[in-house]
Design a protein around this ligand. Sequence first.
Ligand code: C2E
Ligand code: MG
Ligand code: MG
Length: 736
Amino acid sequence: MKGNITSSIKLLLILFLYVFLTLSCAVSSFAAAEDDQGEILTVGAPTDRCPIFYQDADTGEIVGIGVDLMRSAAKNAGYDVTFKSLEEATLKDALDNPSYDVLLPFGSAIKSTSGQTSIVSDNLLQTPFTLVTEGHHEMPPINVLKVGMLRSLSGAAETVHQLYPDIEITMYDTMQECVKALRSKEVNALLHNSYVWSYILQKPSYSDLEVQPSSMFSMDFRAGTADTSKGREIIQRLNDGIASMQDTERQAVILDYTSRRLYRMDFGDFIYKYWLFILLILLLFVALIIIGVQRVHSMRRKNEEKLQQMIDHDPLTGVFSMRGFRKRVVELLSTHPDVPYLLAYVNIKNFKFINDSLGWDAGDELLCYWADKTRKTLTDTETMCRINADRFAVLRCAGGDEKLKWDDSEVIDSVRTYFLDQGKKTRVQICGGVYVLTPEDYREIDVDHMLDLARVAEKRVREMRSDGYEFYNPEQWEKGKHIAEVINQLPIALEAGDIQVWYQPQVDYDTGSITGAEALCRWDHTKLGWLQPTDFISTLEESGLIFDLDSYVWDRVCQDLHRWNEQGIRRFVSVNVSRCDIREDRDIPEHFHNLISRYDLKPEQLRIEITETAYAENSELLIRTTEKLREYGFHVEMDDFGSGYSSLHMLKEVPVDRIKLDLRFLSDAGDPEKGKIIIGYMIRMIRSLGMQMITEGVETKEQAEFLRSQGSSEMQGYYFYKPMPVQDFEKTAPSA
Ligand code: C2E
Ligand code: MG
Ligand code: MG
């Protein structure tokens, strides 16, 4: 029993001991845990000094060399640290803020803004300060150096002052301002913490800056706080922590941060670094846009062209539609004003019958065949269209009768027999009208009007015959051919001397002597023989070429007069001036004046004939021209008086020297006796007006006698002499 009690007591003792030991362990581990947590130290530090202090972009935490070293020293001292970004502008201000337990970085103890003294820890780190210059620029000697620094480094600046009193320091707010000052040579170098340089110089646009190899001085990097009992205690403990820090640990922290590429490029850096690439991309982009726009344009143009093509062409035959034809004709006539053209309007008389009897398809086939056949015979300067249904229009160069016949047999004949050749009994009946273009048609191109005229001719065929073609006006066809020839050949004829000047003597019937002559042109045409002025003068007037001929004739006459003068023979010659020569822009009096000066002639040797018609058409300009000619001393004559265009009262207005009465106009038709009375009165009237006169077209002795009886003895006509070549004239009038 006693043994049982003893063992129970032993068991109780063991249990008690176990409970006691367990409890005391729990209490001591709780106390240890309390100890591990340590005191929390709030450290204020700037965040704008990467890699010493900066805010991690990802976590937002304050990190850096200074932070890691401080954390390590504090840990050694049994502190936990939280870092707080300095809100104050300077350390002095921050010293007065009680929410920081410790502040970083201090070089040495300073006074706060309110005058509170501070206390600093031992040196956490020695920070070297180095100079940065513009690459390749030599640095001046240290005693004349101008250095730029950030305003936030005012503490460091003071140290520089003490160490190098000759250095001139300028403070700037930002690093950009510092660099700008360096580049503009305001300063020779920039001074900053070497570790910070390692960060700043990662900026691409600072690649031209160079760190000088040796550091200028080193600054202490200490923690500091207000000099209070709490402050002293903290610093005391921190110093212990700093003392137990290894140098290798410091080196590792520095290496860790300085070897990282902490610099984050901003937009400006990006542009600076990749500007060429960006430019190329931009150019590529612009080029793509331009190409795109051009594509759209050309597609639009192509579509428009396609549309135009469709509108301008006949879908069945592929030849021009009326609209396309109009455009093409205008184009051809404007670019080839010298090509004589004819316009044909052609239509199938029995087309309705063909459609009804052989079917629409046969009709269509015929139209296509016809269009195709004609198109193949067209030259580049010709064109055709299908106006509508079975009506075609063709613009062809007027090549003459042969070409027309060829057209008829080559094209039209095969169309006529199109169905016969297929063994069907229908003969195609074709009616055509041809209009030959006049010079007027080239000046004012009216395709529809020309087609109307061709249609008039076609209508005549349709009404009178079953088949064939007609000219709108047959004479016009002849004339058209003629125009083409004259226009084309005049320059060559002038050059080759085929245009000659003939002289028709003028006589004084009283004395029988030759008093002068009229110069009349003749064309010795290589193919057609001698051409009279009536064959080509009006054509030249219409085509605007008359001045070329006239000025040639005037020149030849002056040459002859000059030669005769040289031979001592004084002659007087009348030359013809076309009304078309007299225009505002062509100073005819001046022209004649120059001519007589050139050939050394007296102005009265040249008599200038202007037709009565011309005075009637534009009396004002003609009167002015006449007056000027007379001022120069020329004799002006009114040609073809009596041709009936003018009213008699014009005689008093027109200041001519001599009237040239044309007998042919006055005696050709009507009662010859009445004609005589009129001529008699005219002569008396001209005399009474005090004007000289000559009568031309005198063919008989009777006429000559009558004129003399009326008191007019100056005459020109076949009764006396016909126009003759110059050699004959010289023999006929040896001394006139
Ligand atoms: P015009 O100036 O009235 O010339 C007179 C025309 O009458 C000449 O015709 C002449 O040959 C013709 N003639 C002369 N006497 C008689 C006659 O007794 N009976 C008949 N039936 N006719 C006679 P031509 O040479 O054929 O000239 C015709 C017209 O051509 C001229 O009429 C003139 O207006 C024009 N002409 C001639 N040469 C030139 C020239 O060089 N320049 C210009 N602009 N016109 C010219
Ligand atoms: Mg004349
Ligand atoms: Mg005349």
